[in-house]
Design a protein around this ligand. Structure first.
Ligand code: GLU
Length: 522
């Protein structure tokens, strides 16, 4: 029974918490999320944790964190609840058992008592007689029902197997990505729904849940396409509508092999920790197998959420392209407002690097603008920030065009956080400061800037003052600025000088110029 078109869209992302969330899983999550949003549907997160040996709570937490970092908010699932819970398969075990027993009662499945040895012997025999069908030989399918029940009641171990209908013709998966894919029902054996240890098989649990949760579209990796005919048999046995399937292609590394750890970072967390912007990250992953129009590369979240459609998903494998991800990431960083850049990029990075450590000496012009340390940036933890909102926004403005990956801000801003122990870069000193004539530059800048009071300590006034000093010295412009830059910032590659000096603050700037006289020469 196909899904009716009028039903509200309900999709799920159902990771097994047997490891971290990887690129491939993240893309599946993004497609489900975007499909739900584009169709005013419901996005469900379900934790498929029925493999007790490999599933851990820690992995579940890592997956939830990765989902939140990507901004893939789910409407039903862990932590948010919903009408069709629980959303952990281990909390649904009794449902699978009930469903399997119901199918036995309806003669759509049956108890099987075959031992592992018997199954193995049957398989070998089928091999020897070159039987094209080497699956389960249906030994227990014809057992008398009452007798089978008696054996179960007596405590004999059993599994529950589906009864694939004799007359079931070919199975056709109407896949939204691959088109119609045909499977020969004769090749399907009566597979196990419920194991002797009381756990359901993947193909059974998934369908019981997808049916109970009224999933309308199953969007997942195409490694599951071969499971789909079995799942359709289960839907039919349960009398539940078969959802639309969309199996999305593999992701390959640059060498054409399936993306794996050999190719470098593969978990979402690794990208978060490397400083990728989550908006850029989901934009890039969305493009691995889906296109808006074949041309547009920058597709913000809201566009993705409005425009995503399965008919633009490619069935060909996608190739992971690090350079393209980096390019998209840089574009997103450059597009941020100073306020967003300060809050989302600068402050977290400076914190992670320990530069914002509480208890450190506030340096620079923390209160130049008369406000207290950045409460607007960080409501929860304002006290831990050393500077004002305006300070971070000015720093954001000057670093933004100079940074491709968020962590690069740390080295570029470090000079602002060093007080008396500013580390002078020896090469920069040798090249620009330890040269004949530079003492006059440094002294001139010191005397000039000293004339500006705290209220005048802005990039504009600073630039004007330095220009006056330069004019009075009648010297080489490039050499003058290079010497002053190294004297104040310790390095010849700092951001624009006026802004750098403003951020550094009056006290520290004057102290550094005074200190730098020891490197300068007459
Ligand atoms: N837990 C399964 C997996 O992670 C879900 C597959 C599916 O979406 O049906 O592969």
């Amino acid at each position: 029974m196909p899904q009716s078109k009028t039903q509200p869209v309900r999709v799920r992302f159902a990771p097994s918490p047997t490891g971290k969330l990887h690129i491939g899983g993240a893309r599946t999550a993004i497609y489900n999320w975007a499909f739900a949003r584009a169709n005013n549907g419901v996005f469900i997160l379900r934790i498929d944790d029925t493999d007790p040996t490999r599933s851990t709570d820690e992995n579940t937490q890592v997956i939830l964190r990765a989902m939140r970092w990507m901004g893939l908010n789910w409407d039903e699932g862990p932590e948010v609840g919903g009408d069709y819970g629980p959303y952990w398969q281990t909390e649904r075990l009794s449902l699978y058992r009930e469903a399997a027993l119901r199918l036995v009662a309806q003669d759509k499945s049956y108890f099987c008592f075959c031992t592992a040895e018997k199954l193995e012997a049957d398989r070998k025999a089928a091999q020897q007689r070159h039987d094209p069908f080497q699956g389960y030989q249906r030994t227990c399918r014809s057992l008398d029902k009452a007798a089978a029940q008696a054996r179960v009641d007596a405590g004999e171990p059993y599994t529950i197997r589906i009864k694939v209908p004799e007359d079931r013709g070919d199975l056709i998966v109407h896949d939204a990505v691959h088109g119609d894919v045909r499977f020969n029902a004769k090749e399907l054996d009566d597979f196990i729904l419920f194991r002797s240890d009381g756990t359901p098989t993947y193909n059974f649990a998934t369908v019981v849940d997808d049916a109970a949760m009224h999933i309308t579209h199953v969007i997942r990796g195409d490694d599951h396409l071969s499971n789909t005919p079995r799942q359709i048999i289960v839907y039919e046995a349960l009398g539940a509508p078969v959802p639309t399937f969309a199996h999305i292609s593999m992701i390959l590394g640059a060498d054409g092999k399936k993306l794996s750890k050999r190719h470098g970072a593969t978990s979402v967390e690794q990208y978060r920790d490397a400083g990728y912007d989550p908006e850029a990250f989901i934009n890039y992953l969305a493009l691995l197998g889906w296109a808006l129009d074949g041309e547009t590369t920058i597709i913000p979240r809201d566009v993705l959420a409005a425009k995503f459609s399965l008919d633009h998903v490619s069935k060909n494998p996608a190739t992971f392209d690090q350079a393209k991800l980096d390019w998209i990431n840089a574009s997103y960083l450059a597009e941020k407002t100073d306020e967003a850049y300060a809050r989302e990029v600068l402050v977290p990075q400076l914190r992670a690097a320990g530069l914002e450590e509480a208890g450190g000496d506030p340096v620079g012009s923390a209160s130049n603008d008369g406000t207290s340390p950045a409460d607007a940036i960080d409501d929860d933890d304002a006290a831990a920030l050393l500077h004002s909102t305006a300070w971070y926004e000015l720093l954001a403005a000057i670093l933004k065009p100079r940074v491709k990956l968020a962590p690069e801000v740390v080295d570029k801003a470090r000079f602002l956080y060093e007080s008396t122990d500013l580390l002078y870069d020896q090469k920069s000193v040798d090249k620009n400061l330890a040269k004949p004539g530079t003492l006059a530059f440094v002294q001139g800048a010191l005397d000039g800037l000293r004339q500006l009071d705290d209220a005048q300590w802005t990039a504009q006034h600073i630039d004007e003052k330095l220009a006056q000093v330069l004019e009075a010295l009648e010297t080489n412009k490039r050499k003058f600025y290079a010497a002053v830059r190294v004297a104040v910032c310790g390095n010849q590659v700092s951001p624009p000088l006026g802004e750098s000096i403003e951020l550094l603050g009056r006290e520290l700037t004057l102290a550094r110029l005074a200190q730098a006289r020891q490197y300068a020469q007459e």
